[in-house]
Design a protein around this ligand. Sequence first.
Ligand code: AHM
Ligand code: MG
Length: 336
Amino acid sequence: HAAEAQRTDLMTITRHVLNEQSRHPESRGDFTILLSHIVLGCKFVASAVNKAGLAKLIGLAGETNLQGEEQKKLDVLSNEVFVKALVSSGRTCVLVSEENEEAIFVDASLRGKYCVCFDPLDGSSNIDCGVSIGTIFGIYMIKDKDNVTLDDVLQPGTNMLAAGYCMYGSSCTLVLSTGNGVNGFTLDPSLGEFILTHPNIKIPKKGKIYSVNEGNAKNWDAPTAKFVEKCKFPLDGLSPKSLRYIGSMVADVHRTLLYGGVFLYPADKKSPNGKLRVLYEVFPMSFLMEQAGGQAFTGKQRALELVPSKIHDRSPIFLGSSDDVEEIKSLYASQS
Ligand code: AHM
Ligand code: MG
């Protein structure tokens, strides 16, 4: 009968967040409204991603607009949808998007207390071949509503209130933390609702998978090279780890969260700060990893303690199972 009860008593993401926010009666409505606008953006992108291949092949209705302009690229379209959804929520004041060079300051008439940093469609190299891609977001609170500045988003990740991602994969999964553990929701397309399917996600303490673009190996620093070498040729008689690398951060991190292991985008000689962006890639994923019992390290410090000086700053990142990241930390410590 328990299974029956589950089917008829659906824990939607809105219901879940309302329950969680009852711990903070003061913020209850606003955060829930903000999140529902993010969810709307995710549903839009999910639907657009599903149609993307078809639109190219047979020219879906609506592919060209009235002016006969070509369909917008998926990442540009996703960005527009998220920006508009966030602004119209009336709950945001500063937005940082990977797609916009400058931060967006919301007009005073629509201004709210949240700052949202996001990558509307991450994994650009995978868009045109139908491989999983995703949206990543991190949420801060402004300090002073009458005096909104860039400093409201140039905060360490430890100040984040919430973070999450949505993966457009074989199913559409939204993973969220509001600072009280991590929960995963799967889009039921027939209902158009995200339903709680992965309550209280905890990453295994140690994993059997490492995930990195090994094509950059010739430019790695010594600790990274040593770590990957140990994954392949463990000294302690253990089995080697498997390599999995999709090249979409959301998909690689999602697998790491569920199966354990480590995801790394290290520094290399050509990119001393790695590739991934602090505000909307490194911080949200590090927040989720810590909330799930894992760790996130930059090669120098706990990732969430970074303080970005520019909105598109990058950082090397090593995140995943606690024991695996610990091993990387000790390799960096013994080097210096
Ligand atoms: P993007 O913002 O251009 O999509 O780049 C970010 C992506 C991440 O999803 C992924 O982890 C990484 O780039 C892969 O980079 P590489 O192709 O160098 O391995
Ligand atoms: Mg990106």
